[in-house]
Design a protein around this ligand. Structure first.
Ligand SMILES: Cc1[nH+]cc(COP(=O)(O)O)c(CN[C@@H](CCC(=O)O)C(=O)O)c1O
Length: 401
């Protein structure tokens, strides 16, 4: 009897499994709107020019392949923290922000979950918005935290359930951990307004909740890296000791290079040093130290004024193309007299649109129209372009009628 004979077949990943199904489909009309990965107007993956130029600079420096420190490339961690918190962030200026490079955003969430499970001196329960990114639950559950939810999305208005969110925050036990999407909420594309963020910050303070921000789309949502960091910077300016997971997968197109940062606001440089020493002890048995190449690319872009300018213009372009697709799709669905209100398509922000399509409708679209999206009706807007948006709109219109 084989030692693994009892291993059951696991289900395909709700997000990454969609790409597998799309790959297996041979129909030329097929469209992949599953994974949140930017595609250009020709439906191709996009390597930013800023990244290509940074790589040219790097290769000229003939860099070695030595191990990085456990917490990563210092030039990267300092620059990435500055991007998130802003030039004039007080904790940053006081050297009180504990930082560690991570295996992209997922790795930052996992380091954070593990550190919090080991050292956060209060509740071990983390509350996720409902719905949230599918991988949040297993990341935090496997970190040893209990996972619960707070109301976030309202089906009726296809918008934010702000009253429900505030009530759930107020009813949470004191010092609970709350996961907040900093911008471009995944999967709904619905974000609180700046005014609503201020109210959320006040309640988090009232209840001494611990805010863990996931910022996977900085710059990618509105096209402005500072506007997308509003919530993070507001919370820090209000004195919250937040945790933050950053990803450079989408805004720098470094998906497979796995570039991210985990950071924590501490009280002072001594506390920061102690926290970083414990982050090293959490990370060392996980993967010992992080990959070189992507961090070097990101650091080169963030620290070179010309490359930074080029990068910001490219992020603006990507965000802009997605917003164009939102308007095209909305207008198409209206012109096709598709039943229902489609305002939410243009009101939502970031990579995704929560269409409101039901699971059976998404299934029918995959089987009959060869259009792939996640079962909850989320579509990655970047998968749409001038050559497939009409076919997509007609197929959705038919599926809803
Ligand atoms: C909110 C959020 N947080 C973290 C991540 C982690 O990304 P990374 O830096 O690559 O580890 C993602 C990617 N989610 C999109 C990409 C595919 C995936 O699920 O992973 C997605 O939802 O399609 C998120 O959407």
């Amino acid at each position: 009897l084989s030692v693994w004979s009892a291993v059951p077949a696991g289900p395909p990943d709700p997000i990454l499994g969609v790409t597998e199904a799309w790959k297996a489909d041979k129909d030329p009309r097929k469209i992949n709107l599953g994974v949140g990965a930017y595609r250009d107007e020709n439906g191709k993956p996009y390597v930013l020019n800023a990244v290509k130029k940074a790589e040219e600079l790097l290769v000229q420096q003939n860099p070695d392949k030595e191990y990085l420190p456990i917490t990563g490339l210092p030039e990267f961690t300092q620059a990435a923290a500055k991007l998130a918190y802003g030039e004039d962030s007080t904790p940053l200026k006081e050297s009180s922000v504990a930082v560690s490079q991570s295996i992209s955003g997922t790795g930052a969430l996992r380091i954070g979950g593990a550190f919090i499970a080991r050292f956060y001196p209060h509740s071990k329960t983390i509350y996720l918005p409902m719905p949230s990114w599918g991988n949040h639950t297993p990341v935090f559950r496997d970190s040893g935290l209990e996972v619960k939810n707070y109301r976030y999305f309202e089906k009726k208005t296809v918008g934010l359930d702000f009253e429900g969110l505030k009530e759930d925050l107020r009813n949470m036990p004191e010092k609970s951990i709350v996961l907040l999407h900093a911008c471009a909420h995944n999967p709904t594309g619905v974000d609180p307004t700046p005014e609503q963020w201020k109210e959320i910050s006040d309640i988090v303070k009232e209840k001494s909740l611990f805010a863990f921000f996931d910022m996977a789309y900085q710059g990618f949502a509105s096209g402005s890296t500072s506007r997308d960091a509003f919530a993070v910077r507001h919370f820090v300016s209000e004195g919250h000791q937040i945790a933050l997971a950053q990803s450079f997968a989408k805004n720098m197109g470094l998906y497979g290079e796995r570039v991210g940062l985990f950071s924590l606001i501490t009280a002072n440089p001594d506390e920061r040093a102690r926290v970083e020493s414990q982050l090293k002890i959490v990370i060392r048995p996980m993967y010992s130290n992080p990959p070189l190449h992507g961090a070097r690319i990101a650091a080169t872009i963030l620290r070179n004024q010309d490359l930074y300018g080029l990068w910001e213009s490219e992020v603006k372009h990507m965000a802009g193309r997605i917003i164009d697709m939102r308007h095209r799709l909305h207008d198409n669905l209206v012109n096709l007299k598709t039943p229902g209100n489609w305002e939410h398509i243009t009101r939502q922000i970031g990579m995704f649109s929560f269409t409101g399509l039901t699971t059976p409708q998404t299934k029918a679209l995959a089987e009959k129209a060869h259009i792939y999206m996640t079962a909850d009706g989320r579509i990655s807007m970047a998968g749409l372009n001038a050559s497939n948006i009409d076919y997509f709109s007609e197929s959705v219109s038919k599926a809803v009628k």
